[in-house]
Design a protein around this ligand. Sequence first.
Ligand code: GRF
Length: 204
Amino acid sequence: MLRVAVFVSGNGSNLQALLDNLRGEVEFALVLSNKPEAYALVRAERAGVPTAIVRYEDYSDRTAFTRAILEVVREKGIDLICLAGFNRILDPVLIEAFPLRIMNTHPALLPAFGGEGMFGRRVHEAVLASGAKVSGATVHFVTAETDRGPIILQAAVPVFDDDTPETLAQRVLAAEHRLYPEAVRLFAAGRLKVEGNRVRIAPA
Ligand code: GRF
């Protein structure tokens, strides 16, 4: 059974969506956080999933931090890493060790509203400031270039005139909670075929 690690830093609602939808279909072998206080760790413990904490502050630089993470992941025999609200950029050394085996969820329709510094509330503020009429969620493979990896699934949501960053975030999050489990399910079934920067979904 596919052994999945989920990396978290905050509330963990995407982790919860993965746990709720994929239990029994994949093995959640690890929830790793860089924040000891992340509520996502409570969700993991409640689900009986082993946890690990690797604090960025305990390492001299991003590479040392990432190497420490890589060690934990290797020890657990992980097949797929799912970033779910993880708020640190990872050193390419992890991406090289897990080519096309790291996924991320982004709360906008990449490649728009993505890249360095575009995360969390800032994304929704930028979408509202742009006057865009739709936003949405993207699940993609992680490559060395932030938010530019091959797109696996996307879902659009409407932007309303009276939206605030919070109301838009809520609507996008609901889309993420639908998309992420489906993306992992497709990966587990071997149906994701990456051709250049495109992902083709093979028929069941
Ligand atoms: C999600 O919107 C995700 O796209 C972004 O941060 C949020 C994480 O939320 N990276 P949660 O911790 O999964 O609830």
